[in-house]
Design a protein around this ligand. Structure first.
Ligand SMILES: [Zn+2]
Length: 357
């Protein structure tokens, strides 16, 4: 099939040329790709392969393995080392072109859209210590208010909804709340649990959107209180939100505006952990003092979550951090992995926007 065949190289290069222009015209990319073309892809995937009851990423890797087998067999049939080398080179280039083409067409051009912050008119700025502490107090008080609706004792919350139900609840809330942010809801994106459990966390991530099959995955071993927010974050990616900071922000908005206490709790809990990290950096003593102001139930939940984090450690956090950083920067996200941690300032900007400031 690949004999003197350069199809994927040509298509890959063509997409890179389109990307060159997409970078320079975010408004047009937003209008044509993100708001017209991508929603069609979303729907096609959601009514077809996503209906399969298992993670379709398995099929993708099966396909890659089969192609590799076919490739090795074909190389074996070639005469002489020169023939083998030329054939191999072309196959590798075609495979690279195939990946570039499908990555960009199925999702990746969204990296060149108008940033969601900009669409919402949010101007995130770094928080001064005093503002950060006020924000922490607000988040903590909300968590204190919400928690009794989920549990009536102070033991760590270790069990919530069955996964299928949880996924549906999060999707229904996204459907209700995306319009508030000027984004339209379409399709029925799936976020499935990816087995073997712990695999994603060993790779240093909690979840991932896999553009080649249009599905997102979370690690089944995540703490039950982290799952609702993480599903919301991954589903934001399913709607064409590429930036990690934006996906975190949308996940938080969806959860905190939900009328489901579990989602509210999960969203504010994630915000709290980012805010606590920031406070720790600015003022370690103030951080320790703040921890003592939290109710027993909330404290137990945080301890339980960090216990869960301790159980599965990434193979190499540095390696996964660096590769993710490199990937994000290659896509034009200047902040790289730091973009994840923008949540406290975005939440602050959003709260002010709602207050009309
Ligand atoms: Zn993400």
């Amino acid at each position: 099939m690949l004999k003197k065949n350069w199809t994927w190289v040509i298509l890959g290069v063509l997409c890179l040329v389109i990307r060159y222009f997409a970078v320079r015209f975010p408004e047009a990319t937003e209008r044509i790709y993100s708001r017209e073309f991508f929603p069609a892809i979303r729907n096609i995937i959601d009514i077809s392969i996503s209906r399969l009851p298992f993670p379709t990423v398995y099929l993708f890797f099966l396909g890659v393995l089969a192609s590799l087998g076919l490739f090795i067999w074909k190389v074996g049939k070639r005469e002489g080392w020169k023939g083998k080398l030329l054939f191999s080179g072309r196959c590798v280039l075609n495979f690279a072109g195939f990946l570039v083409f499908f990555f960009l067409v199925l999702w990746g051009f969204n990296y060149q859209r108008v940033p969601i912050f900009q669409q919402l008119g949010l101007k995130p700025v770094a928080l001064e210590k005093e503002t950060l502490v006020n924000e922490l107090v607000l988040t903590r008080d909300l968590l204190h208010q919400i928690r009794p609706n989920i549990s009536d004792d102070t033991l760590a919350i270790g069990k919530t909804l069955p996964y299928d139900e949880l996924e549906n609840v999060v999707r229904a809330n996204i459907r209700e709340n995306l319009y508030m942010m000027g984004l339209n809801f379409t399709g029925h994106p799936r976020t499935k649990e990816l087995y073997p459990g712990g695999l994603l966390r060993k790779l240093g991530i909690l979840g991932i959107y896999f553009p080649f099959v249009g599905e997102s995955y979370i690690d089944p071993t995540l703490h039950p209180l982290e799952k609702p927010f993480t599903i919301a974050h991954e589903m934001a990616h399913s709607y064409g939100v590429t930036n990690e900071g934006e996906a975190n922000f949308i996940g938080w908005v969806i959860c905190s505006h939900s009328d489901n206490p579990l989602l509210q709790y999960s969203g504010h809990l994630r915000l709290l952990s980012y805010q606590l990290n920031d406070l720790y950096r600015l003022d370690p003593a103030g951080y320790r003092q703040f921890l003592t102001t939290m109710d027993k139930g909330l404290r137990n939940d945080l301890i339980d979550i960090s216990e869960n984090h301790r159980q599965i450690k990434a193979f190499s956090l540095e390696l996964s951090r660096r590769s993710n950083d490199l990937f994000l920067k290659a896509q034009g996200v200047k902040a790289g992995v730091k973009s994840y941690a923008q949540l406290p300032m975005l939440a602050y900007a959003w709260r002010n926007k709602l207050k009309g400031k």
